[in-house]
Write a protein that binds this ligand. Structure first.
Ligand SMILES: *Cc1c(COP(=O)(O)O)cnc(C)c1O
Length: 357
């Protein structure tokens, strides 16, 4: 796509957080953002990197009323040699376009999205933290704006990318999480928007998460929206189980977000000679496997944590305790392999790495 990106540098750079052990997530935003505008009949125009700051949008903008919004999440990693690299950014660009299609939003050239991400990270080079486990998180976002309250796809869109330095997910080691298997609220149904990374999926999930948090759980594991029988995924992670030595995960049948970490973990597990199955998993099957001693590990996969081991699963008051509250052997080995690739500690044999400098 022939679209130049203008760079407008800030005159007032911010103070950067000096203590990289307290970065957290989504607390600090960098000096610049990427933005490109879409107008029906014209297409994408005015691509630029500009100082980070508030957007001026009309109060009647469709995003504010009907949630015509999609987003992505990926990271730039600082290697030990000081260079910077990204992990499979083209996959995020492709998923952005699939989400856009579902939400009746315009496509944006995938190579161009990656070019914009790289140029923004290069501009914010000094914001990419150095401490082990830290990264620069990128949040590409597309919103419908303009002034029109009719319920139909909007005519105007903004695609922008903001970034925030983010801390190590596992500051105090890999603490296994407690998960509540939700049997009344649902997240997504087949034919709905579960496979799109769209804001409404997340606001719809807040109530179940808040209720589970009150009872001491870290996450909610969603069941399928039709029969309340098959496990799907957690808030922003796909779920994997080790049953009888096999790595088992739910198929991405339209109601599950097809995670890039999920796809990478399944691939790496196969490379390691672990048998992988993508198939519906009933909660009853999990309970039976647990009682028979065959459910040996459960973990979530997603960009933020990479792998999040599960120490406890609760369903209708019954508890399944896993891995003695530690990270299991399969979770542990895929975690090491994947993070070694992401932070450039080993060779990139699969063409997953996009180097910046
Ligand atoms: C983003 C997300 C994931 C994980 O996707 P990754 O590409 O691995 O980060 C899983 N489930 C949901 C609902 C998500 O939003």
């Amino acid at each position: 796509m022939e679209l130049d990106i203008q760079i407008i540098k800030t005159a007032t750079p911010k103070e950067k957080p000096t203590d990289e052990s307290t970065l957290g997530f989504g607390k600090y935003f960098t000096d610049h953002m990427f933005i490109v505008e879409y107008t029906e009949g014209i297409g994408w125009h005015d691509a630029r990197i500009q100082p980070y700051g508030p957007l001026a949008i009309d109060p009647a903008s469709p995003v504010l009323h009907y949630s015509q919004e999609i987003f992505e999440g990926l990271k730039a990693y600082r290697r030990e040699d000081g260079g910077i690299q990204m992990f499979r950014p083209i996959e995020n660009a492709r998923r952005m376009n699939r989400s856009a299609d579902r939400m009746c939003m315009p496509q944006l050239d995938e190579e161009f999205q990656v070019k914009a991400m790289k140029l923004l990270v290069e501009t914010e080079e000094a914001w990419v933290p150095h401490r082990a486990g830290t990264s620069l998180y990128l949040r590409p976002t597309m919103i419908a704006h303009g002034a029109e309250l009719g319920v139909h796809p909007a005519k105007n869109y903004l695609y922008y990318i903001i970034c925030c330095p983010s801390g190590s997910y596992y500051k105090n080691g890999m603490a296994p999480v407690k998960i509540h298997i939700e049997d009344s609220y649902v997240r997504a149904v087949k034919g709905g928007t579960g496979a799109a990374k769209t804001g409404g999926n997340y606001s719809a999930s807040l109530k179940a998460s808040a209720e589970a948090a009150k009872k001491g759980f870290d996450q909610v594991l969603w069941l399928d929206g039709k029969q309340n029988k098959y496990v799907e995924e957690v808030g922003a992670m796909n779920m994997m189980f080790v049953i009888d030595g096999k790595l088992v995960t739910a198929p991405t049948g339209g109601s599950i977000l097809p995670g890039i970490t999920r796809k990478s973990v399944l691939f790496l597990a196969q490379q390691m000679g672990i048998e992988v199955e993508e198939r519906p998993i009933a909660v009853d099957e999990l309970m039976e496997a647990y009682k028979a001693g065959k459910l040996t590990e459960a973990f979530g996969t997603g960009t933020a944590a990479v792998i999040s081991p599960v120490g406890l699963l609760e369903y209708r008051g019954q508890e399944m305790k896993l891995s003695n509250g530690e990270i299991g052997p399969i979770a542990s080995s895929v975690y090491k392999t994947l993070t070694d690739i992401q932070w450039g500690r080993c060779e990139d044999r699969y063409g997953w790495i996009e180097k910046l400098s």
